[in-house]
Design a protein around this ligand. Structure first.
Ligand SMILES: Cc1cc2nc3c(=O)[nH]c(=O)nc-3n(C[C@H](O)[C@H](O)[C@H](O)COP(=O)(O)O)c2cc1C
Length: 354
């Protein structure tokens, strides 16, 4: 389906229109970008639709004429649930992957340099355009998936995940340097026990309860956090159906978490392409005992990043969408030419494999 509405010609106007269109029509197709600079700006807009822990949207994008810069916005880190910034980095990684997907869907091969400037730890990545490339049907499928993707906490059918979908999701994780492990029933039982234990431990802390309350059950008109309408009643326990999986990688540092977020996006988008729904479960990652239990479930190999419940949906009806901050709050446009530091931060960016 093509875009039904014209896209503004002024940069600001175009940005606003693209954001509106993506949100309202839950895309659709990205408009053809007339040049790489416009594509970079549109890619940042697509990235704003990325999922994030508690919908904190802990990112900031700077759009320059020849590059995007992704910054962590520490104001939105969750001090109780996420003292180390693990979930913040995962969330930013998802946004980074969404931007990469969008660039490919607009016919540009991205080149990414992660942590380009050791003097700016908050600068997570620089994205440049390596060269124009043909737009593939796969690139279109993935960018459509960024628009239709939602966290789905509803019950799913008891159907097993189709083999081709599992293969595709595993390959997606692998392409971003991570792995997806499908838990067997015995491992799932252990995981759910660990998750419930982690939740109970967290809930015993008044600071944690306050933080959770501040980010959930948000009123209409809030631009961050989770609306009460999408959350199942507390105490309902975990859904029996669905396949529980663990996304994991080789290390447990900021750089690994950022890549883990890119893998999370890749797996999630492929799940959508295969008609599946996904709910991340982070409680068990938030407490050290939970991470240790997951590490054991992985037979001691790898560091767990996130648990994902993946399932065949009971209904094709969309869930209520979560809001996002206005683009102007999460994106700024650099008016000046790139500085010497910026130059250094983009040099050495490797184009991704075609
Ligand atoms: C790192 C990360 C951790 C998350 N943890 C949970 C979780 O524990 N439980 C849950 O229901 N959703 C979880 N989510 C989903 C977010 O709540 C969701 O992405 C956000 O509210 C935006 O909604 P959307 O995904 O429907 O766009 C997580 C998402 C991310 C990226």
């Amino acid at each position: 389906m093509d875009l039904m509405e014209p896209v503004g010609s002024q940069p600001g106007e175009r940005a606003r229109d693209v954001a509106d269109i993506l949100r309202r029509q839950r895309i659709v197709e990205l408009p053809t970008a007339p040049d790489a600079a416009t594509a970079l700006g549109d890619a940042a807009l697509v990235a704003l639709g990325a999922p994030s822990v508690h919908n904190t949207q802990p990112w900031h994008w700077r759009v320059c004429t020849d590059r995007l810069q992704l910054y962590a916005d520490e104001r939105w880190r969750l001090p109780m649930a996420d003292p180390d910034g693990r979930l913040l980095m995962l969330s930013c990684g998802v946004g980074l992957h969404h931007a990469r997907v969008a660039l490919r869907a607009m016919g540009y091969l991205p080149a990414v340099r992660r942590f380009p400037d050791q003097n700016q730890p908050g600068l997570l990545a620089t994205v440049t355009v390596d060269r124009p490339i043909p737009v593939t049907e796969r690139a279109r499928d993935l960018v459509r998936a960024t628009a239709s993707r939602q966290t789905d906490r509803r019950p799913v059918t008891d159907l097993a995940l189709p083999g081709p979908a599992i293969t595709a999701m595993r390959r997606a994780a692998g392409s971003e340097g991570a792995w997806l492990h499908l838990l067997n029933p015995e491992q799932t039982r252990k995981l759910l026990a660990a998750a419930e234990h982690a939740e109970r431990a967290e809930f015993a802390e008044s600071g944690y309860r306050r933080e959770l309350a501040a980010w959930t059950d948000r009123p209409e008109g809030a631009t961050a956090g989770i609306p009460g309408t999408v959350l199942p009643p507390r105490g309902d326990g975990y859904q029996a159906n669905g396949s529980y999986t663990v996304l994991y990688g080789t290390g447990d540092r900021r750089g690994n978490w950022l890549r883990g977020g890119e893998a999370l996006s890749a797996v999630w988008l492929d799940a959508i392409v295969h008609g599946l729904v996904v709910q991340p479960i982070s409680s068990v990652i938030e407490v050290p005992a939970g991470r240790a239990a997951l590490h054991l479930l992985l037979s001691g190999i790898g560091c767990p990043y996130l648990v994902l419940r993946i399932g065949v949906p009971e209904t094709v009806a969309a869930v209520v969408s979560t809001p996002r901050r206005a683009a102007r709050e999460s994106i700024d446009t650099a008016t000046s030419a790139a500085t010497a530091t910026d130059e250094a931060s983009a040099s050495g960016a490797e184009p991704e494999p075609r």
